[in-house]
Design a protein around this ligand. Structure first.
Ligand code: UD1
Length: 335
């Protein structure tokens, strides 16, 4: 049985990935500092899979604690989710993002190298492409200057990892996520709302639930079918399974380069209004909305070419937008 460290394993994508890892027989150790989640997620994971993962409450900025962890636990691979992810906050507190997302990455990589742990999966983002010139976006599309310190940490993270794979035995896969939505079908884990949501689906959920008065649709004059911006919304369970496929590729030594990159999306673009209407149709709940000005820093359109992930990882999405929205709503209703 292989043991996998999941940093940020009590967060939104991390918790779903822990469940999928356990479902296929991996032994999981979680590190989380609880800065953006709650300890109750550990019990909820346990109640889904019947297996309580080992858990260490460690802040990865605590270098001694990271060193100590790797001395104590023998792990076969690391899936690294732990990071701050609020784009707006990152503009006002850049150093928090460079410390939380970059310093910690270097500490984890250093201890992996020192302790001969060679398999690393990184949470990257389609944000590295900025506004890509061509749709769908392939992995060969050039990366662009980041719009925010958060985006910069994803770009820099990829560079740091790639450089490390050139100089050491580290093998890495960076998964470039498009827009994750949805929750586990059990509705026991999902995205925990903290503060006013900045992302579309959490705001839609809270509007439908009556917590927010109305959704602002940011911009209806984009060059898209209905004027609202286009994104590729991927179900978090599908996304979680992509991590298993990537991990197995490294464990089975099927990787073709020491550092590889894969787009993880559905390949289908949806406009903001299409999402709102699909949500209303699927759940029967009304979403009050108004058209508002464009949001600074937003791109017009982003959806993935998933050919590489389909062929090389042997992975593809199984869930629809509607299933993502329905599971998000079931989760919201249970909060
Ligand atoms: C955002 C981040 C991106 C990050 C991703 C993580 C920004 C500018 N970008 O991407 O760096 O990787 O989250 O999930 O924050 N929308 C509304 N009303 C709302 C909220 C959103 O109309 O209240 C629109 C947005 O303008 C956008 C779409 O919905 O067109 C999706 O927005 P969001 O969920 O924030 O994701 P991204 O902007 O794609």
């Amino acid at each position: 049985m292989k043991t996998i460290l999941v940093t940020g394993g009590l967060g939104y994508i991390g918790s779903h990935t822990v469940v999928e890892l356990q479902n296929v027989g991996f032994d999981v150790v979680i590190i989380d500092d609880l800065s953006n989640t709650s300890i109750g997620v550990l019990d909820n994971i346990t109640s889904i899979t019947g297996i309580k993962p080992r858990y260490e409450q460690i802040d990865l900025k605590d270098r001694e604690a990271v060193k100590h962890f790797f001395k104590y636990y023998a792990v076969d691979g690391v899936i690294h989710f732990a990071a701050s992810k609020a784009v707006g906050e990152s503009v006002h507190e850049p150093l928090k993002y460079y410390e939380n997302n970059i310093s910690t990455l270097t500490y984890v990589l250093k201890e992996m190298v020192v302790n001969n742990v060679s398999n690393f999966i990184f949470s990257s983002s389609c944000t590295v492409y900025g506004q890509a010139d061509e749709m769908p976006i392939t992995e060969n599309a050039p990366t662009k200057e980041a719009e925010s310190p958060y985006g910069a940490t994803k770009k820099m993270g990829e560079v740091i990892i790639s450089d490390t794979t050139k100089a050491t035995d580290l093998k890495a896969i960076a998964l470039r996520y498009f827009n994750p939505i949805g929750a586990h079908p059990s509705a026991k884990i999902g995205e925990l709302p903290i503060g006013v949501p900045q992302n579309l689906i959490p705001f839609v959920l809270q509007t439908a639930a009556g917590i927010r008065k109305e959704l602002s649709v940011f911009g209806d004059d984009y060059p898209t079918p209905d004027g609202t911006a286009v994104r590729d919304y991927i179900h978090v369970v599908d996304l979680a399974k992509a991590h298993i496929a990537a991990l197995n590729r490294l464990l089975d030594k099927k990787n073709k380069a020491n550092c590889e990159y894969f787009n993880i999306g559905t390949g289908k673009g949806s406009t903001v209004l299409e999402v709102v209407h699909a949500f209303e149709k699927t759940t029967g709940k009304k979403v009050n909305y108004k058209i508002a000005p464009r949001r600074a820093g937003d791109i017009v359109t982003a959806y993935a070419d998933t050919t590489l992930a389909n062929t090389e990882l042997g992975w593809k999405t199984e869930m629809s937008l509607e299933e993502g929205l329905a599971s998000s709503w079931k989760w919201q209703e249970g909060l």
